[in-house]
Design a protein around this ligand. Sequence first.
Ligand SMILES: [Zn+2]
Length: 180
Amino acid sequence: MIKPKPKNSSPVPKWDCFFHLMTKISQYVSYAEAIKSQTAERKNIVNTPSTEALENMKYVAKNVFDKVRRHLGVPLFVSSFYRSPQLNKAIGGSPTSQHCKGEAIDIDHPKLNKKVFDYIRKNLTFDQLIGEAPDEDGNFGWVHVSLKREGNNRGEVLVAEFINGKAKYIKYEDWKHGRK
Ligand SMILES: [Zn+2]
C-alpha cells in the first residue's frame, strides 16, 4: 500500500546533497571519503572540489586506488584526497600540493602500506609516489601518490622521513641502499 503524503509536512530534506555524498567517484572510492577532512570539519572549512578537480580525482581513484584495492583484495583507507587551498593552508601542506588539484591521494592500511607502495611502484603509471614516515621494519605510515590526466607523469619515487615533524625527502633507491 502506498501511503498518501502527509500534508504540511516538514520542509523537504536536502536530498541533492545527501545523494551527492552517497555517490561513488570510482568503484571503491566514495565522494564522501574523497572530501573528508577532520581539520575541515573542526575548523568549518569548505572542502568542495571544482568540476576540474573532481575529474582529476575520478581519474586517480580509478587508475590508482581501485587497481591497488583490487590487487590486494582488502579494504584500504583514504586518509587524505582533495584539499581546498584553505584546508591545505590550515594543515600546513605544501603550497603546490597536488592534493589541491585532486591529483594526489594518501592511502593507508594498518599493515600493508609497503605492499601498496611496491604494487604502485612496479605496476602503475604515476607522477609521484612517496612512502611516508617509514618505521624500523621498512613499512610506511601511509602512501602518497599522484597522477595527472594530462602532461608528463614523472614516475618519481621518494621516501619521506619525518624529523621533528619536518619531512625530509630521499630518493627511494638511496633510502633502500641506506637500509642495507
Ligand atoms: Zn599526500
